[in-house]
Design a binder for this molecule. Structure first.
Ligand code: GLU
Length: 417
């Protein structure tokens, strides 16, 4: 479904809508529509069988008006420079909406991680880190995990940069293991933030999350955590999916069991028996109250938007809804909390991790979670107010706040020289 969908076009359309509301000067609009810097690298890795394979990767920095750039590194076979740019742009608005002092960036390597041995993954990571070392740094651009990368990958990047610097530089990446300068609560942060956004939205539209029939697309770092917390808080999770397929049980699925017993297996969650196997398309169209798309971009599209039955959608993934689908869902009265607000928990706790690293002073998990929830709730309330003020939807309201903050910073700093 998402194949060949131009997400950069989609990100630019969202920016144009917000720019019109803000009556943004066209020159400034052009500054924000383009990335400040795009690094493209091709680098060799000697595979386990002795063969040399050249991999393609990118690091894109979209905007630095509000601070150093921040954003994950994605390992996926379908990445390209346009998608990486769109993701960097979304990071800029995301950081601005939750008011943390960063601009947006994103990195990517075109690779299927599942095809690599652990040794190949380490070599690829260390070589990619070396290639992008000319643009990243703890004061300039700080990577983090995204699809296909994790704490171990971040540890290798941190080690590689540290070896080249001659001293340990924990602040150069976030999402590291806790014993290497990572933050308590970082792994769960995005999923936890998605649930906070869902709670605030439920309050706003008068929905009771206790017993709410919930569908979660994606059982990775975001979806599995969101599903577990939703279930723990009383929601009835009736459908979930991973990269291999989707499962459904109208009476509710045992999320903890799926997480602990099935998600690590080769066959994945589909090996669980007491459920119906459904397609990804069917999963999204299930009769439910809450839908959490926590997988990849362009999943809610023109073709399926009028078949979605959820009353509330909270976007754990980046860019899961296309502008056409946004319009249809909005016209149908479906309430949607956009990615740049809903999934900001990850980068919020990345910010906490970075601050802790720079100070060499570490916080308890409670403190992290309390501060995360506070930032999420206050950003949610600002977006809800902007929605009222501008009589628009939540995505446009979030974009208006994000774009306005970045534009203001650019205007106050002035155009150099
Ligand atoms: N990859 C995550 C995102 O898309 C987190 C980025 C970060 O922590 O810097 O928001």
């Amino acid at each position: 479904m998402s194949e060949h969908f131009n997400v950069l076009e989609m990100a630019r359309q969202q920016l144009s809508i917000a720019s019109k509301y803000l009556d943004l000067d066209e020159g400034l609009h052009q500054v924000l529509a383009r990335p400040k810097r795009q690094l493209s690298v091709n680098f060799p890795v000697v595979m386990d069988n002795g063969e040399v394979i050249v991999f393609e990767g990118f690091r894109v920095q979209h905007n630095t008006s509000r601070g150093p750039t921040k954003g994950g590194i994605r390992y996926h076979p379908d990445v390209d420079v346009d998608e990486t740019t769109a993701l960097a742009m979304w990071m800029t608005w995301k950081c601005a909406v939750v008011n943390i002092p960063y601009g947006g960036a994103k990195g990517s390597v075109k690779v299927d991680r599942k095809q690599l041995s652990r040794r190949e993954l380490e070599k690829l990571t260390r070589r990619f880190a070396t290639e992008i070392n000319i643009v990243i740094g703890e004061r300039g651009d700080i990577p983090a995990p995204d699809i296909g990368t994790d704490g171990q990958v971040m540890a290798w990047i941190m080690d590689t940069i540290s070896m080249q610097a001659g001293h340990t530089t924990p602040g150069v990446v976030t999402g590291k293991p806790v014993d290497l300068g990572g933050s308590e609560g970082r792994v769960e942060a995005t999923g936890r933030g998605v649930v906070v956004a869902a709670e605030e939205a439920a309050k706003q539209i008068g929905m009771n999350l206790n017993g709410a029939r919930t569908v979660v697309q994606g059982f990775g770092n975001v979806g599995s955590v969101a599903a577990r917390i939703m279930a723990d808080q009383g929601a009835k999770v009736i459908g979930v999916s991973d990269a291999r397929g989707a499962i459904y049980n109208p009476n509710g699925l045992p999320i903890e069991e799926l997480y602990h017993k099935y998600s690590g297996r080769d066959g994945g969650i589909q090996e669980y028996k007491d459920c119906e196997i459904v397609s990804n398309e069917q999963l999204l169209e299930l009769d439910c109250d809450v839908l959490l798309p926590c997988a990849i971009s362009a999943q809610l599209v023109k073709e399926n938007a009028d078949k979605i039955k959820a009353k509330l959608i909270v976007e754990g993934a980046n860019g899961p809804t296309t502008p056409d689908a946004d319009q249809i869902l909005n016209d149908r009265g479906v309430f949607l909390v956009p990615d740049i607000l809903a999934n900001a928990g990850g980068v919020i706790v990345s910010y906490f991790e970075w601050v802790q690293d720079l100070q060499n002073f570490f916080w308890e998990e409670d403190e992290v979670n309390t501060k995360l929830a506070r930032i999420m709730r206050s950003a949610y309330s600002a977006v809800a107010q902007a929605r009222e003020r501008h009589k628009t939807d939540m995505r446009t309201a979030a974009m208006i706040i994000g774009v306005h903050r970045v534009a203001e910073a650019t205007i106050k700093r002035g155009i150099f020289p």
